[in-house]
Design a binder for this molecule. Structure first.
Ligand code: NAD
Ligand code: UGA
Length: 466
């Protein structure tokens, strides 16, 4: 069969670019994948035995394809020049300055990438927007590229949002629910869609590859994240009702989720959702709606975020209340700091909010997470949005590499991440080394609460009166 594409470049070697291209290289041995980044440190890590991100199964794939048809490089111009197809998977954080501050997506890095392509390309390219962007962002990329177009160079711009979740990135990429490709509905646009589709068809059944117009594709990505986050906020809102009435949120979620129209996934009540994207993408959607003069729609989605803030704060307040309204100078063990299990990522993790509130009340924290580096925890907890006094935080926080050390003489344990290993710890031993009364606050509903109560723990969890 004719090879429609032989060389792909990906700009941005982060949580999306790295795993996506690694799996593509693994599934398409005849395509040469080059992942480039302006961060030399990140690229060096991708070329080492300690990858810059942790994902189950990722290292095995990287090791197998690296320097065969998978390359990590800081030489961005060369990679752009050689490739027929270029993914842009740079970060699109919430703007923290100027117009739309705190809500709009900052497209600076996407624009930088587009300008780099415009400057270096000497042949035609398919440019694929993989980053999550506002609706009509592809138009801006198109303007930049086409305004700088050289003779004999033409650009097709596609939207191909990524739906992988962290912690399951490799499995999601190997076996996605769907691949979405948006493009211009012209002959050239449709041909570009077909070409990218051909790449995915190397391992994904054609029925699962969906093509739409560009704006639908861009909006679908924001919509999917908004729907997912909305389910969590919905169940979390009910968890408060459960705690006040004696209903059990797990039972409610099960009963509701068995309706096949509703479905059972993503109804796990928790301390709140975290991660780099849900909040950012919904804020972006809200901002877009306001710009379109649709204030009712904006307010509707804003509630998903407000409910999440409420949940994180409500859980933290409950800890303080249970500990006799004072945590001042009390040692509190924090189990888990990542925003979910099987990742070392802490972006927007609810653990930050919980720790912030406890620190403000004078608690001493002993933090244990199996994958998050101590340096990362300190950098998160000493950031300007958490404290005005980083030195105070450094004094009040210890990061432990062993959960049993973290609980010694602690008044309470707070579970912030649902790591499997927290279920199999020796809680008899833990109880023995803690201050009494010993409290456990299970923000993830993963522990055996009956067994813990039998040991002597006072247990509090989300969505159930114990
Ligand atoms: P990330 O911060 O981990 O990685 C982005 C990388 O791009 C960084 O390494 C940065 O150095 C690099 N970069 C920025 N500008 C550059 C430039 N001009 N040239 C070269 N490199 C540049 O971000 P991420 O988590 O991979 O997210 C990337 C995009 O994908 C975002 O838009 C995000 O919303 C979206 N997304 C993320 C996830 C996820 O699970 N993290 C899932 C789906 C979609
Ligand atoms: C999410 C989406 O699931 C992906 O499809 C999407 O590609 C990605 O965002 C993105 O655009 O970045 P991710 O944030 O990596 O993926 O992880 P999720 O599994 O969605 O979890 C997000 C947060 O919600 C976590 O803090 C998790 O603990 C929490 N959560 C999830 C719950 O509290 N309850 C649930 O039932 C499910």
């Amino acid at each position: 069969e004719e090879l429609k594409i032989t060389k792909i470049c990906c700009i941005g070697a982060g949580y999306v670019g790295g795993p996506t291209c690694s799996v593509m290289a693994y599934k398409c041995p005849n395509i040469r994948m080059t992942v480039v980044d302006k961060s030399a440190e990140r690229i060096e890590a991708w070329n080492s035995d300690k990858l810059p991100i942790y994902e189950p199964g990722l290292f095995e794939i990287v090791k197998e394809r690296r320097n065969k048809n998978l390359f990590f490089s800081t030489d961005i111009p060369t990679a752009i020049r050689e490739a027929e197809l270029i993914f842009i998977s740079v970060n699109t954080p919430t703007k923290n300055f100027g117009n739309g501050r705190g809500r709009a997506a900052d497209l600076k890095y996407v624009e930088d990438a587009a300008r780099m392509i415009a400057e270096t390309a000497q042949s035609s390219k398919i440019v694929v927007e993989k980053s999550t962007v506002p609706v009509r962002a592809a138009e801006s990329i198109m303007h930049i590229l086409r305004a700088n177009q050289k003779a004999d160079v033409r650009y097709d711009i596609l939207s191909n949002p990524e739906f992988l979740a962290e912690g399951t990135a490799v499995a999601d990429l190997i076996n996605p629910d769907r691949v979405l490709i948006g493009g211009e509905q012209t002959d050239d646009g449709l041909r570009a869609i077909e070409t990218l589709s051909w790449v995915y068809e190397r391992w994904i059944p054609k029925e699962r590859i969906l093509s739409t117009n560009t704006w639908s594709s861009e909006l679908s990505k924001l919509a999917a994240n908004a729907f997912l986050a909305q389910r969590i906020s919905s169940i979390n809102s009910l968890s408060a009702v459960c705690e006040a009435t004696g209903a059990d949120v797990s039972e409610v979620a099960k009963a509701v989720g068995l309706d096949s129209r509703i479905g059972s996934k993503f109804l796990q009540a928790s301390v709140g959702f975290g991660g780099s994207c849900f909040q950012k993408d919904i804020l972006n959607l809200v901002y877009i709606c306001e710009g379109l003069n649709l204030p009712e729609v904006a307010a509707y989605w804003q509630q998903v975020i407000d409910m999440n803030e409420y949940q994180k704060t409500r859980f933290s307040q409950k800890i303080i209340e249970c500990l006799f309204n004072t945590v001042s100078d009390k040692r509190i063990a924090i189990f888990g700091f990542a925003f979910k299990k099987n990742t070392g990522d802490t972006r927007e993790t609810p653990a930050i909010t919980v720790c912030k509130i406890l620190l403000e009340e004078g608690a001493k924290l002993e933090i244990y997470d199996p994958k998050v580096e101590a340096e990362q925890i300190f950098s998160d907890l000493t950031s300007a949005s958490v404290t005005e006094n980083p030195e105070f935080v450094r004094q009040a926080v210890k990061v432990q590499s062993d959960p049993y050390t973290a609980v010694e003489r602690a008044h309470a344990i707070v579970v912030c991440t649902e790591w499997d290993e927290f279920q199999s710890l020796d809680y008899n031993k833990i109880y023995g080394s803690m201050m009494k009364p010993a409290y456990i606050f299970d923000g993830r509903k993963i522990l055996d609460h009956d067994a813990l109560q039998k040991i002597g723990f006072h247990v509090q969890t989300i969505g159930k009166k114990l």
